[in-house]
Design a protein around this ligand. Structure first.
Ligand code: PLP
Length: 418
């Protein structure tokens, strides 16, 4: 309560902004992930890996726009591509060169993509990928994993049913439960048109799937003729060819989103010619902004120039080193705290590991998560409220040092609670 009160007292402009917003936006926001008590910090601007809020506080941006902010706020090549696209007109209602170029870049990078189509968001990419798999197999149902998040309408709860009606009949299995998933696939093979999985749960807490679990899914779905969809909306940043390249697994369909268009709105789904060429006929897939000029232009530069294989390797290594360091601090203090994740993505956890799947947080865990968030804000570090970090390219040694120091201080001060 004290940390929350200090947070609120330091942010009168954000409080007022929330009051105005709540009069016209339910809950005061238009992205549920940005809602938290007492009110969210409203940002005024960003540059490189810095953010400034309405009250003038400066932060190191470790949230990285939930992975979509991989390039930071000021990448000059992306800005230049956007300026050029603007100068050429942004609503041409026609096919253009940039979408072909971006498609060629992605198909060359992702082993599973012979063909790709663009959407406006990761949510749409997943929805249409699932529909494509259902059309291909002629079977209606989807197998997904509890705690999986594939967009607002494809969000799978830990228990009970989804708050929004799901757009497809769904069979649920437990993440990283190899035997459970294999028997669910076998039991429902006659009705399953797709299996969808995040190779690491992102919003579910940066919990990686065990490689042998994913390999078993690949084997079982192939044997049953069920398209396997890897949702790499978040994890594709782990290597030039996505996390699938590091795993050595080739799904039937891959979905992308977030950072790929340099921070502009984006989604994509791609796969083999057999499934994808349905869109050459008989399937249609429309969308006014699918090839919007800004996303396509920024995407070509982002993926073709800025975030090549070397940049992807370096970012992955930086994240692994940071997470090892943070976990070292936790282990040395002997506290029930740690950071799960892969490469440049990580989430703080306040329960004993190893953590294979998400669980409903206890009130104590929830309290610590909130305290961690407020303490980091006070230290000038902006994270996702749930305690997730997604490093962006401009985050350097000085920023990761600062974060490690703040975590060490959190442990020192809050140790009695941990
Ligand atoms: N899939 C995953 C794994 C995600 O993390 C997200 C967003 O957080 C989505 C899909 C949905 O993407 P979007 O928010 O662009 O609709």
């Amino acid at each position: 309560a004290e940390a929350r009160a200090r947070y609120a007292a330091a942010r009168p402009a954000s409080a007022e902004q929330h009051r105005l917003a709540a009069a016209v936006l339910p809950g005061g926001n238009t992205r549920s992930v940005l809602a938290y008590t007492p009110f969210p910090t409203a940002m005024a601007r960003g540059a490189d890996c810095r953010l400034w809020d309405l009250d003038g506080h400066e932060y190191v941006d470790l949230c990285g726009e939930y992975t979509a902010g991989l390039f930071g706020h000021s990448e000059p090549r992306i800005h230049e591509a956007l300026r050029q696209a603007l100068a050429n007109g942004i609503s041409l209602a026609a096919v253009g060169q940039a979408e072909q170029r971006l498609a060629a870049i992605l198909c060359a990078r992702f082993a599973s993509m012979e063909r790709v189509r663009f959407t406006n968001s990761g949510t749409e990419a997943n929805l249409i990928a699932v529909m494509a798999a259902r059309a291909f197999t002629g079977r209606p149902a989807l197998l997904a994993f509890r705690g999986g998040y594939h967009g607002g309408v494809l969000s799978f709860p830990l228990a009970g049913s989804s708050p929004l009606a799901l757009p497809v009949p769904t069979v649920l299995a437990d993440y990283n439960d190899l035997d459970g998933a294999v028997s669910a696939i076998r039991e429902h093979a006659a009705t399953l048109g797709a299996v969808i999985i995040e190779p690491m749960l992102g919003s579910g807490g940066c919990i990686p799937a065990r490689p042998e679990f994913l390999a078993a899914l690949r084997e079982e779905t192939a044997a049953a003729g069920i398209p396997l969809i890897f949702d790499e909306v978040m994890t594709s940043r782990m290597a030039a060819g996505g996390w699938q390249a590091r795993l050595g697994l080739v799904p039937d369909l891959t979905t992308l989103g977030k950072y790929v268009a340099g921070g502009m709105s984006f989604g994509a789904f791609g796969g083999g010619r057999d499934i994808m060429d349905q869109f050459a006929g008989p399937l249609t897939h429309a969308g006014t902004f699918n090839n919007n000029a800004l996303s396509m232009a920024a995407g070509c530069v982002a993926m073709g120039e800025v975030f090549g294989p070397e940049a992807a390797e370096a970012l992955f290594a930086r994240g692994e080193a940071l997470r090892a360091r943070l976990n070292g601090l936790c282990a040395a203090a002997g506290v029930e705290m740690g950071f799960t994740g892969l490469g440049s993505m990580m989430t703080v956890q306040f329960r004993a590991g190893p953590i294979d799947r998400p669980a409903a947080p206890t009130p104590a865990e929830e309290g610590l998560r909130e305290l961690f968030f407020f303490d980091m804000m006070e230290a000038g570090l902006y994270l996702a409220r749930r305690g997730m970090v997604a490093l962006s390219l401009p985050v350097g040694e000085a920023e990761t040092e600062r974060f490690a120091d703040a975590v060490a201080e959190f442990i020192a001060i809050r140790e009695p609670l941990l």
